[in-house]
Write a protein that binds this ligand. Structure first.
Ligand code: ADP
Length: 199
């Protein structure tokens, strides 16, 4: 069977993590969240973790070559052979171009890029609520889920990541979905992009 390779694009708080998990379950592919990978590296105090900790806490992007290397190593793992849904990568045109090139060399390409659209005012609300709920439940709050870092993350999204929408549209693989809909409706739209019904 041929692999399914999906990129999920959207600003912080758009619901990428939730939707990626659902697609993972449905399509039997690996969920690759670069944010989760980097946070795991920080937690494990690896040299990668030490290199990126301050950058992430500030809400800035880590350097392209570093994250490309992390992703390429991860997609070479056995659980990604059937395919993957990337959540948080690529995030710059440079990452996207390099990734296309590296996939191409493996005779592979992306099948779809799913963009979740949500406007900034809602995102700030969603993320501050997520941080408050985590704190109330006694869970750890992400170092970058605070007002200052969030502003930097949104600015980074608009400046560096939003241009990927046009980049992938030009390739004819972009599907834009309204991320303000209820969670199940978003899932339904994503599955429909693959010609499948959610229920
Ligand atoms: P968000 O909620 O902002 O989408 P993520 O969990 O995807 O957060 O990423 C958290 C942080 O990890 C980013 O703000 C950035 O510092 C770093 N990061 C994750 N993926 C990338 C990437 N592809 N390129 C550069 N930095 C990244």
């Amino acid at each position: 069977m041929r692999a399914t390779r999906i990129v999920l694009l959207g600003p912080p708080g758009a619901g990428k993590g939730t939707q990626a998990q659902r697609s993972t379950d449905r399509f039997g592919i690996a969920h690759l969240s670069t944010g989760d990978m980097l946070r795991a590296a920080i937690h494990a105090k690896t040299s990668l973790g030490r290199d990126v900790e301050a950058i992430i806490a500030a809400g800035k992007l880590v350097p392209d070559p570093l994250i490309v290397a992390v992703v390429m190593e991860r997609i070479a793992q056995p659980d990604a052979k059937a395919g993957f849904i990337l959540d948080g990568f690529p995030r710059t045109i440079g990452q996207a171009v390099t990734f296309d090139d590296l996939l191409h060399r493996q005779d592979a390409m992306l099948d779809r890029v799913i963009e979740l659209t949500v406007d900034d005012t809602i995102l700030i609300d969603r993320i501050t609520t997520r941080a408050r709920q985590a704190r109330d439940r006694g869970h750890a709050v992400r170092a970058d889920d605070n007002h200052d870092a969030l502003k930097v993350r949104l600015a980074a999204y608009h400046e560096h990541t939003a241009p990927l929408v046009d980049y992938y549209r030009a390739q004819g693989i972009l599907v834009s979905i309204d991320g303000l809909q209820p969670i199940d409706a978003v899932t339904q739209d994503i599955f429909l992009a693959f010609g499948e019904q959610a229920i």
